[in-house]
Design a protein around this ligand. Structure first.
Ligand SMILES: Cc1cc2nc3c(=O)[nH]c(=O)nc-3n(C[C@H](O)[C@H](O)[C@H](O)COP(=O)(O)O)c2cc1C
Ligand SMILES: Cc1ncc(COP(=O)(O)O)c(C=O)c1O
Length: 200
């Protein structure tokens, strides 16, 4: 097969390509260029999806942070699998990735948590993410309680931290005229990647 993967699709590996596209999206998207839809499945196989922010790309993994007692955490821990999707409307491009997922090394989660602003650190203590909440005032009272308990230096809550998604398949898509889009799928093949152009 002729290798016609050039221009915006040219890269040595899919993570370098994703970084390039994220950099472009950072210049053109009005908000949250790192926002990605995170898909999981529940114990019955029913899918679930919500947005999270990508916070790092390293060693073949994509990192995001959340509450370890949330609905998504239950599904991630249970299945060990996930998929993510970026859609940058300003670029008319999308990227998807799927693979295995595991909790991040606690020391790395500590370091990221420490970099967050104080309000968000207290918020992570206060929010029982995905569980019912009686009213807004209850949440605000919990934030005040946590502020009184921890002051300026809250440690990372045991119920909050990172996940690392290690994709074995990523697809890069760019809009084309007449819906004849360009698509390239990268599939892990041992230590390297096999790239296939797909029909639009
Ligand atoms: C742009 C955007 C970014 C978000 N980023 C995160 C995130 O990084 N981590 C997170 O836990 N929730 C994030 N959320 C909230 C989630 O979409 C979701 O509502 C929450 O995590 C609860 O999901 P769950 O009940 O499926 O666990 C974000 C929402 C939006 C719209
Ligand atoms: C509940 C929640 N946790 C985590 C994040 C992302 O991490 P950070 O707040 O550190 O940017 C978001 C971003 O919207 C969020 O809504």
């Amino acid at each position: 097969m002729a290798d016609d993967r050039q221009g915006i699709f040219a890269a040595e590996d899919p993570f370098a390509l994703l970084r390039n596209w994220l950099e472009e999206a950072g210049r053109s998207e009005p908000n949250d260029p790192v926002a990605m839809a995170l898909a999981t499945v529940d114990a019955t196989g029913l899918p679930n999806v919500r947005t999270v922010l990508l916070k790092g790309i390293a060693d073949g993994g994509l990192t995001f942070y959340t509450n370890y007692q949330s609905r998504k955490a239950g599904e991630l821990d249970n299945s060990g699998k996930a998929a993510v999707l970026f859609h940058w409307k300003s670029l008319r491009r999308q990227v998807r990735a799927r693979g295995t997922v595991s909790r991040q090394d606690p020391a790395a989660s500590d370091a990221y948590f420490a970099s967050r602003d104080l309000g968000s650190r207290l918020g992570a203590w206060a929010s029982q993410q995905s569980r019912p909440l009686q009213d807004r005032a209850t949440l605000e009272a919990r934030v005040a309680e946590m502020a009184a308990r921890f002051g300026e230096n809250p440690p990372r809550p045991p119920h909050w931290g990172g996940y690392v998604l290690r994709p074995d398949c990523l697809e890069f898509w760019a809009d084309g005229a007449n819906r004849l889009h360009d698509r390239f799928e990268w599939v892990r093949d041992g230590d390297s990647w096999r790239v296939t152009r797909l029909n639009p």
